[in-house]
Design a binder for this molecule. Structure first.
Ligand SMILES: Nc1ncnc2c1ncn2[C@@H]1O[C@H](COP(=O)(O)OP(=O)(O)OP(=O)(O)O)[C@@H](O)[C@H]1O
Length: 257
């Protein structure tokens, strides 16, 4: 197994609140890795420090063998980590196609000068960016909505669009924050197929998700956070039976039935 991401003793405080305490985990190339836990456990905070939205108070991330810069989202995308957000963050007034093209621009070479002058090189690059964006919209299943303004898409399709935009940055690790939130059973089933396809295409996936069935059916391994600490990490069937996890995540014996 090849290690893609290693989180070493990650800590994050907000004032007196310890949102993450010495969280360490290792993600292997090609796996789907779930991050679960009760509300407020620190899952999104973990994504935020990994992807540079927040600077951790302690610890480090090693990606593909070298340390990631902290607090530099753009550089981290450039290193090959893309994410989606729990609260969808699209350019609401741009079309689906334009949203995906915006994601791809991090990989294009034409600088501001090229865009301003629209030289031949830039025009060719734009053509390829458009082509790639259309391919990605097809890939996530919303190719027919390329020209639709993103705020007019259904919730499920907006989530797919966010995935297409993240894929446009050509990531090696795709971090999905509650991708099934607000989806009905059919959409969730389609999402599962899409994530499986993404993995088959060689992209490692890290997933925060509350839909237990989806997590159990999709993830190779799962880590559980509770009050900012990792309390378990294993294959789904083992995690499901872990007493500390049952107590924390399912509300403990008092509520379990
Ligand atoms: N920017 C912030 N400022 C202050 N406190 C924060 C901030 N972000 C998160 N927190 C707190 O840190 C803790 C962890 O929050 P986080 O959003 O990471 O949890 P989560 O596991 O993703 O929860 P959920 O499943 O509800 O999304 C919570 O107590 C939250 O209130």
């Amino acid at each position: 197994m090849i290690t893609l991401l290693e989180a070493r003793n990650i800590g994050k405080r907000f004032g007196g609140l310890h949102a993450l305490t010495e969280v360490s985990l290792t993600i292997h190339k090609g796996e789907v890795y779930g991050l679960i836990g009760p509300n407020g456990a620190g899952k999104t905070t973990f994504f935020n420090v990994l992807t540079g939205s927040y600077t951790p108070d302690g610890g480090e991330f090693v990606f593909n063998g070298s340390e990631l810069p902290s607090g530099k989202p753009h550089k981290i995308v450039g290193r090959g980590i893309a994410r989606t957000f729990q609260n969808i963050r699209l350019f609401r007034d741009l079309t689906a196609l334009e949203n995906v093209m915006a994601g791809h621009h991090i990989r294009t070479k034409a600088g501001v000068w090229g865009v301003l002058t629209q030289n031949r090189f830039t025009r060719e690059e734009e053509r390829l960016t458009t082509q790639r964006a259309n391919e990605l919209l097809d890939y996530v299943g919303i190719g027919h909505f390329a020209e639709v303004v993103s705020k007019n898409l259904s919730y499920g399709d907006q989530r797919r669009l966010e995935i297409a935009r993240a894929l446009a940055t050509e990531p090696q690790l795709l971090a999905l924050d509650e991708p099934a939130a607000g989806m009905n059973a059919t959409e969730t089933g389609q999402l599962k197929l899409l994530i499986e396809q993404i993995r088959r295409d060689g992209i490692t996936v890290m997933l925060i998700e509350h839909d237990v069935k989806l997590v159990m059916g999709l993830c190779d391994r799962v880590a559980v956070l509770d009050f900012g600490k990792k309390i378990a990490e294993d294959i789904p069937t083992v995690v499901q039976k872990d007493e500390a996890v049952i107590a924390a995540y399912l509300g403990g014996g008092k509520h379990a039935d």
